[in-house]
Design a protein around this ligand. Structure first.
Ligand SMILES: [Zn+2]
Length: 435
């Protein structure tokens, strides 16, 4: 457990949050100038302290002093998620991207890939600053954290930040919906941190159990993030349950890099923490407003200074003024994924992992993971082409177990297809959720 901030530390972080708040509203030209300056300093730091970054610059024939503006970043290659996984495996644990000794990190998380995620105090503090900027949760809030605690950052990084701020945390994790309802009620939790689809499941269960969420619970706040259909659920949370919803965009490798200002009009780039570009995945060039590209992030980090890291998410952005007065552009929507991985139920699955899971089953000739949105939830169907005469029930059970072992996700349905159903050039991932 990270220790709580003392009064002085809290005051200093509150001051930082205030400064960040006013900096977020400076005119665009001034913002650009400030960001360019920070970027120039950051790439110098990254070049000098992270060997893999130095190698990237040297290979591209670019000196860090040539990066003076956001546009200059185009001179550098984008490091994809798949490349990061490969580099980390060649040179574990962080592939030369870490700028501090490994044992100075407070947490090392493991994301599917596997990719090791470096989380230092710096990142947790930035989450606390985000809480302070949002105005909630506050010291004294009782927060039910209903996201996974196992290997991935989701549960523990929130707990770390809430601990620091002085909240009381209930580390509920995922599953056991009825118990979650009881915890919310008995412990008078004021906030529920979860993926929105699970929040919805908990709220529905509470009603089934005869509770009136507004009257019987003390719940005021909840979170979004990680899921595409948050906008639909957000309205339900606000209108039907009177909840305040905080929403942001981030990944396990990057932390939180963009946030919703509360108006639900997209995710403002988090200028304090990073520079965001939306780029053409084929050319690495920045695209214009409302054009589709990959979210590419350069972190302002003294710990894990990733430069031009491709998140794998496809999105578009707008620089139209936001009624909130903040001048940072906004990611308008996440539109899908690039590369050999998908994000489902708040987790990543690499194609490689699917291949690895299925390599144990020679009786399966082709396999395909199909993702759908059903009501408010992600659903996974695994299609299997099998030889005739296979014991389907036994195979189904073995495959389900194996998938859970390899990428920690439960298949909602396993469908058997006759041999030859899938064409030669079939896709192993089919995502129907983005239509
Ligand atoms: Zn705004």
């Amino acid at each position: 457990m990270l220790s709580r901030l003392n009064a002085e530390e809290l005051a200093s972080l509150e001051y930082e949050a205030k400064c960040a708040e006013s900096r977020a509203k400076v005119p665009p030209k001034e913002r650009e100038k400030w960001l360019n300056q920070r970027l120039a300093e950051q790439v110098q730091f990254a070049y000098q302290n992270a060997p893999a970054i130095k190698e990237n610059f040297d290979k591209a024939g670019v000196s860090p002093s040539e990066i003076r503006t956001l546009k200059d970043l185009e001179k550098l290659p984008v490091t994809t998620k798949d490349e990061l996984a490969r580099l980390q495996q060649a040179n574990p644990p962080f592939g030369g991207f870490l700028a501090v000794p490994v044992n100075s990190l407070s947490r090392i998380y493991v994301s599917p890939g596997p990719i090791y995620d470096a989380w230092g105090l710096e990142r947790v503090k930035s989450v606390v600053r985000g809480f302070l900027m949002a105005g909630w949760p506050k010291p004294g809030d009782v927060v039910l954290v209903s996201t996974a605690y196992h290997m991935v950052p989701a549960g523990l990084f929130l707990t770390d930040a809430l601990d620091m701020l002085g909240c009381t945390v209930v580390p509920a994790g995922i599953g056991q919906t009825e118990l979650q309802v009881k915890l919310l009620h008995d412990l008078k939790a004021t906030a529920l941190f979860s993926f929105p689809s699970f929040t919805m499941t908990i709220l529905k269960k509470a009603e089934e159990m005869g509770y009136d969420v507004r009257k019987d619970f003390n719940l005021k706040y909840t979170t979004g993030g990680g899921e595409r259909h948050i906008q639909i659920l957000r309205k339900t949370f606000e209108e039907n349950y009177g909840l305040i919803v905080a929403d942001g965009y981030g990944t396990a490798d990057l932390g939180s890099v963009a946030y919703d200002c509360g108006l639900g009009q997209g995710y403002h780039y988090a200028d304090e923490d990073c520079v965001i570009e939306i780029v053409d995945p084929d050319t690495g060039r920045q695209v214009g407003p409302l054009e589709v590209g990959e979210v590419v992030v350069t972190l302002f980090s003294q710990v894990y200074p990733l430069v031009r890291f491709g998140s794998g998410d496809l999105a578009s952005y707008t620089d139209e003024p936001c009624p909130c007065g903040r001048t940072a552009p906004r990611i308008t929507r996440i539109l899908g994924m690039v590369g050999e991985h998908i994000r489902v139920k708040g987790m990543f699955v690499h194609l490689k992992e699917l291949d690895e899971a299925m390599s144990k089953f020679p009786e399966v000739s082709k396999y395909q993971m199909v993702l759908r949105l059903e009501e408010h939830r992600d659903r996974i169907t695994l299609n299997l082409e099998v030889e005739p005469g296979v014991d389907r029930e036994a195979l189904s059970e073995a495959v389900t177990k194996r998938c859970q072992e390899v990428f920690k996700l439960k298949m909602d349905k396993i469908e058997f297809l006759a041999k030859g159903t899938l064409p030669e050039d079939y896709q192993k991932f089919v995502d129907t959720r983005w239509g």
